[in-house]
Write a protein that binds this ligand. Structure first.
Ligand code: ZN
Length: 273
């Protein structure tokens, strides 16, 4: 269930707590209009950065019959709405990875907010769809901070926890930089293809407990066969879950560290359930 945190006291409490934490670490912080603003890397403790960068994900929880569908790229709002309708009707949760450039377009705001309000994960696919390992550290940082700033505008208070590198291309520096922004890098176990009518079979026949499936919100069969795929996976006894619940519990930093931090103070603060 999503928990709504709309009270000012919550905002102040969170700000004070994070401010104290950050101050204790010796970092500077700036307050704008009562809301704490700080660079993401300053908000993530070093131990959490170590954990996140050492735990890139290829799988979810393999001890349960759970399937983690993911949808990459900048699908039209019609495509993404169609996928959201499927999950709304059939049930289950999923995860979307979009670029900051997509998120920045005003025509996409509503569907981005619906992803979050429907309880799915909204993740980072870079600000632009670029090959991260070939970027300088400075450019990599620019990609992440531009994405985060855009996300704060569109889904204020929602914490972006996952990064899917375009093409799955990553290296140690990419994992580390993503972690500095509080994000886990997520690869995948199985690609759906999405471009031919074997897509449904490919996913349904091959799915295994805890597998993460790569699909695209831009590909015909991933979008228009989403209903069949979701239904048939459920018929096989799987539950469809997002990255927020479908991982091995030991993979959740906030469970390990009993870190119940939330960010911001809006209704979007619901993704640590
Ligand atoms: Zn992509």
């Amino acid at each position: 269930m999503s928990t709504e945190k709309t009270g000012d006291s919550d905002i102040n409490q969170i700000s004070r707590r994070d401010f104290l934490k950050i101050s204790a670490l010796g970092f500077g912080a700036l307050a704008f209009g009562g809301r704490l603003m700080a660079y993401p890397s300053e908000m993530v403790p070093g131990t959490e950065i170590d954990f996140l960068s050492d735990h890139a994900l290829w799988y979810g929880d393999r001890s349960r019959k759970v399937a983690l569908m993911t949808y990459d790229d900048d699908g039209s709002k019609e495509n993404i709405s169609e996928v959201l309708d499927v999950y709304k009707t059939i049930g289950g949760k999923t995860s979307f990875f979009v670029t900051g450039a997509w998120l920045q377009k005003s025509e996409n705001s509503e569907v981005a907010q619906r992803i979050v309000e429907d309880g799915h994960v909204l993740g980072c696919h870079g600000f632009q769809h670029v090959n991260f390992p070939s970027l300088s550290e400075k450019d990599m940082q620019g990609q992440f901070s531009d994405f985060m700033n855009t996300a704060q505008q569109v889904v204020p208070g929602y914490k972006i926890r996952y990064f899917r590198p375009p093409g799955g291309s990553q290296n140690k520096t990419v994992l580390r930089k993503a972690a500095e922004y509080g994000m886990r890098t997520v690869i995948w176990t199985l690609g759906s293809g999405g471009l031919d009518d074997d897509t449904t079979k490919r996913v349904v026949n091959n799915i295994n407990p805890g597998w993460i499936v790569l699909s695209h919100s831009t590909r015909h069969y991933d979008v228009h066969s989403a209903g069949d795929i979701v239904k048939e996976i459920e018929d096989k006894g799987y539950s469809l879950e997002s990255l927020d619940t479908g991982l091995d519990r030991a993979e959740y930093w906030h469970e390990r560290a009993s870190d119940k931090r939330t960010f911001g103070g809006t209704k979007y603060v619901s993704n640590s359930k």
